[in-house]
Design a binder for this molecule. Structure first.
Ligand code: RB5
Length: 145
C-alpha cells in the first residue's frame, strides 16, 4: 500500500519509527513531514497527508501529534477522508471494521512506542466489514457541506 505519514514536532520521533515499520512491512511511505522536533503547527502537516488520501494518491495515512486530535480534526475536513483517533487495540480495530477509517491518528504523548506500533499493525491488517457499515459511512459523506 502507498501510505502517507505526517506529524508535528510532538510526534516527530514516533513518526520516524512508524516510517521504518511501514517500510519493513513492504509499504511505500510518502512522508509529508515534519522534518524535525522543532515546533510547528499540526494543521499544516495533517493537511498535506489528508490531501494525499483525498486525491487517491495514497490509500491510507498515519498521523501523529501530541494527542492525535488536532491531526484528525484537520484531516476530516478533506473530502473522502475518515480520520480516527485511536487509543486502544479495540478502537483501532473498530475504526477499520466499522468506520473504514483511512487515516490513523495517534497521540505520541499519550501512547508508548509499543502501543503505536501495535495500533499501526492492527489498522493495516483489519478489513472493513462493509454491509450496513457501508451505508453508514456513505451517510457521513452525504453530510459533507
Ligand atoms: C502541540 O503542543 C500539541 O498541541 C499538538 O501536538 C496536538 O496534540 C494537537 O492536537
Amino acid at each position: 500500500m502507498k501510505i502517507a505519514t505526517a506529524s508535528d514536532h510532538a510526534g516527530y520521533s514516533e513518526k520516524e519509527e512508524v516510517k521504518k515499520l511501514l517500510t519493513s512491512l513492504g509499504h511505500e511511505v510518502v512522508d509529508c513531514g515534519t522534518e524535525s522536533g522543532e515546533s510547528v503547527d499540526y494543521p499544516d502537516y495533517a493537511a498535506k497527508a489528508a490531501e494525499k488520501v483525498s486525491s487517491g494518491e495514497c490509500e491510507q495515512a498515519v498521523m501523529l501529534c501530541g494527542t492525535g486530535i488536532g491531526m484528525a480534526m484537520t484531516a476530516n475536513k478533506f473530502r473522502g477522508v475518515r480520520a480516527a483517533v485511536c487509543y486502544s487495540e479495540f478502537s483501532t480495530e473498530m475504526a477499520r471494521r466499522h468506520n473504514n477509517a483511512n487515516a490513523l491518528c495517534l497521540g505520541a504523548r499519550s501512547l508508548s512506542m509499543d502501543q503505536i506500533r501495535r495500533y499501526v499493525d492492527i489498522f493495516l491488517k483489519t478489513p472493513f466489514e462493509g454491509g450496513r457499515h457501508l451505508r453508514r459511512i456513505n451517510k457521513i459523506h452525504e453530510h459533507e457541506k
